[in-house]
Design a protein around this ligand. Structure first.
Ligand code: AMP
Length: 490
């Protein structure tokens, strides 16, 4: 099957050819003819399957005819996160370069005024996160009664983030007669209910089993105590020991943990970015961009921020925290081993994670073996990351655990103790707080970058650090590429 058999316009086919893609992926092959026939589509597909182009390409073909009117977008795409929304916009820019289409992004963290004036000029494609979209409709600056085609992407992620009531409201604001394209990686009961309520006789397309991990990914687990400083020590050793580590995403369950771990890794000399929902938009995009380009080989991320992002060829995924939902494990692991490449996924597992691990192993239908090597953090060694400043030998306190390398001088500062104490609260048993797009009026976007925004390529500002180690670490033991200097972004 080639792209020429799918019914796409000549312009769109030329744009696809220019990107170098020769054959449609299974979801594209199956979905595109239905979209062009103006049928509703229920696509059960994960990211990495080419599902974005499966709706962008036929939409571009459909949009060649007709014109947009002020404040009345012709098509609407809902995405759970700002990054995904921006990524879809990039797809329109790429494949729609030869068309004069107005594509607008309505996402949090960007000024209302700019978005409003774009809407005023008339929009062919509106790509939005649900909260910001509703803010605009409530202000009266946006009418959804002209929407001919609605895309709901990553619906199961919307569910996790608590967006389903917003989605239901939006579905009632668009005309009943619109065409709806609905994509989800999994089909929990709430999602089935929504599809029954809002899709009309959809073509159901399922491209891969939702709960499988690629056979090219080598998975393993490393046992750890429940203290975060112990887990951080293990992670550092895993990073240093990793074979063929080209780049890695390190997943945490909570936004706060992302910020703490990011700072800690920076302090220990790793070249690392961070991605979570509380960072301002420009910092998120900058970190992602640098990771994509290989300027930052490591990225600490939360599920919500990383979900569905198109980051090709990640060699390693680390679960600093075991996810509470087994589906999230599958999604995280899906960041590596893509397109037949090999990948490595290592989970740091505490005694509190045994239930979650059992659920994961059940879902993926396999046991996750223990990683080779001894990553036990001995009590003296664990002190290194948490102990208050006190009289102890600086040298040779812990290297037994690292196979007799030259002793290093990594010490945690006096604040480490506070950090350890805070993290001892039984938060691991709680569900992670879902990250939501800040809604206007409730949680306006911060004007200044918050303290957890990564200062990539810059020296850390001289200010007291509350949560993480602040002593300089000896970096001589790290592979050079993990330390390479990063260009500051304008
Ligand atoms: P997605 O599932 O939309 O996130 O796409 C995953 C990756 O596949 C992206 O990097 C796309 O650029 C790429 N891609 C999309 N369609 C094709 C295709 N027909 N052939 C090869 N790669 C593709």
């Amino acid at each position: 099957m080639s792209f020429s058999n799918l019914g796409l316009s000549d312009k769109v086919q030329a744009a696809v050819a220019a990107t170098g893609y020769t054959n449609p992926t299974p979801i594209q092959e199956q979905a595109i003819p239905h979209v062009l026939a103006r049928r509703d589509v229920l696509g059960i597909a994960q990211t990495g399957t080419g599902k974005t182009a499966a709706f962008v390409l036929p939409m571009l073909t459909i949009l060649e005819k007709g014109r947009a009117r002020a404040r009345m977008p012709r098509t609407l795409i809902l995405e759970p996160t700002r990054e995904l929304a921006a990524q879809v916009k990039e797809n329109f820019d790429k494949y729609g370069a030869g068309q004069k289409l107005n594509v607008a992004l309505l996402i949090g963290g960007v000024s209302f005024g700019d978005q409003d004036s774009k809407l005023m000029r008339g929009v062919d494609v509106l790509i939005a996160t649900p909260g910001r979209l509703l803010d605009h409709t409530e202000r009266g600056g946006l009418l959804l009664t002209g929407v001919e085609l609605l895309v709901i992407d990553e619906a199961d992620r919307m569910l996790d983030m608590g967006f389903i009531p917003d989605i239901e409201r939006i579905c009632k604001l668009v005309p009943f007669t619109r065409q709806t394209l609905f994509f989800t990686a999994t089909m929990p009961p709430e999602i089935s209910r929504i599809t029954e309520a809002f899709l009309h006789n959809p073509a159901r397309i399922e491209v891969s089993k939702p709960a499988t991990t690629a056979v090219t990914v080598t998975q393993s687990q490393v046992p750890a105590g429940r203290e975060p400083h112990e887990k951080r020590e293990i992670l550092r050793r895993l990073l240093r020991d990793a074979k063929d580590l080209n780049n890695a995403i390190i997943f945490c369950n909570r936004k706060r943990e992302v910020a703490v771990l990011h700072k800690s890794l920076q302090k220990h000399g790793f070249s690392v970015g961070a991605l979570h929902g509380d960072m301002d938009q420009s910092a998120r995009m900058a970190a992602l961009d640098q990771f994509r380009k290989g300027e930052l080989p490591l990225l600490v991320a939360s599920d919500v921020a990383a979900r569905g992002l198109d980051i090709p060829a990640v060699s390693h995924v680390f679960n600093f925290d075991v996810p509470h939902h087994p589906d999230d494990y599958v999604h995280r692991i899906g960041r590596t081993g893509r397109a037949g490449r090999t990948g490595t996924a290592i989970s740091i597992v505490t005694p509190l994670d045994s239930k979650s691990m059992a659920a994961i192993e059940k879902l993926i239908g396999q046991q996750i073996p223990r990683a080779e090597g001894d990553y036990t953090v001995h009590s003296e060694a664990s002190d290194e990351d948490a102990a208050p400043r006190r009289s102890r030998s600086r040298e040779g306190s812990r290297d037994g655990a690292r196979g007799g390398r030259k002793p290093r001088r990594e010490r945690e500062p006096r604040h480490g103790e506070r950090e350890a104490r805070q993290d001892r609260e039984p938060r691991q048993e709680r569900e992670p707080k879902p990250e939501r797009e800040p809604r206007h009026g409730r949680n306006p976007a911060p004007q200044a970058a918050p303290s957890h925004v990564p200062s990539i390529g810059r020296a850390e500002p001289r200010r007291p650090q509350r949560e993480v180690d602040h002593e300089p670490a000896d970096h001589s033991h790290l592979p050079a590429f993990l330390l390479r200097p990063v260009r500051a972004r304008a």
